[in-house]
Design a protein around this ligand. Sequence first.
Ligand code: FEO
Length: 391
Amino acid sequence: MKAIAKSVYWVGAVHWDRRLFDSLIPLPDGTTYNAYLIQGSEKTALLDAVDPEFAQTLLASLDGVERIDYVVSQHAEQDHSGSIPQVLARYPEAKVMATAKAKPMLMDLLHIPEDKFVVVADGESLSLGDKTLRFIHTPWAHWPETMSTYLVEDKILFSCDFLGSHIASSDLFVTDQCRVHESAKRYFAEIMMPFRSILAKNLDKLAACDIGMIAPSHGQIYDNPGWIVEAYREWVSAPPRNLVALPYVSMHGSTGRMVDHLTAALSAKGVQVELFNLAVTDIGKLAMALVDAGTILVGTPTVLAGPHPLAAYAAFLANALRPKAQYLSIIGSYGWGGKTVETLASMIPNLKVEVLDPVLCKGLPKQDTLEALDRLADTIATKHRESGFRN
Ligand code: FEO
């Protein structure tokens, strides 16, 4: 149990060697599951729990705490709620405070009995005596039921996944802002990006609070929180950058040669390019580039009459993440034919993009293909300039 303010304690767990979340998201720096104990003069509340794998760590931190009156469940996903049943077993008097949408989810996911719950409304306050919790619904950060909690007297915002980062550290507070910025951006890209318009409203709501500290449920605590809020505002609302995100795969080098030629042509025209060889890339890096990119280019050979499965995966991911890119195209080489463009185009219905003429070639690219790639680079540079994309 480590104090972050008077009678406010971190009681979380550090998962140093976790490398994958949801069997999908790379965690190069591990993560933490932050839970917080708030002891008011009359009542005690636990804010969130930890991943069930670390239930004993949480319970050990709570040794000596005789009574918990409230377990505030800000988010039903199991990395924060999964050990609530064990907490309730030790503290049967505790009530679970959750949004109306979280309650049935927690009942379904964890089989918590209905009579354990108290539903809290948006803006509702809960007195712990000399400390007051105010619940602020922050839906789609990143599930529909999520909320944040503002500790009024200490000006601490407990934001759950929102504004958090996946970093395992022995330091509770941010020590390296650049490192946390990258990790928080990765986290935003991987799970928050599709919900940008609602997140912008959530940020506006939180701006009404006088926030001195932000204590998320993953990663380090922000004792100087202004920069992370501003970073989120940019990721959520700023227009795209003069950047092409180019995920590609090449089997025998032909598509790779096209990618190299197009990258050089774009760079010569002042367009930044980030390449992601899908055979080896960290998919989180691609997600981060999608936060900013004005154009997405997919490079793929034709295999089994369609796009390479890794390219299909990248397209499926981009479609799910709904980035703010405004243009998209496809380049690649084929051996004898296929429906690569049609198949990929059918996989991105969520993307509000103008599809620029794809460039496909048979076998190793010849001069006419290289010239077509030059024209595509020209088109992209012009579109980015006319759209006012930032460098
Ligand atoms: Fe950290 Fe959505 O759970």
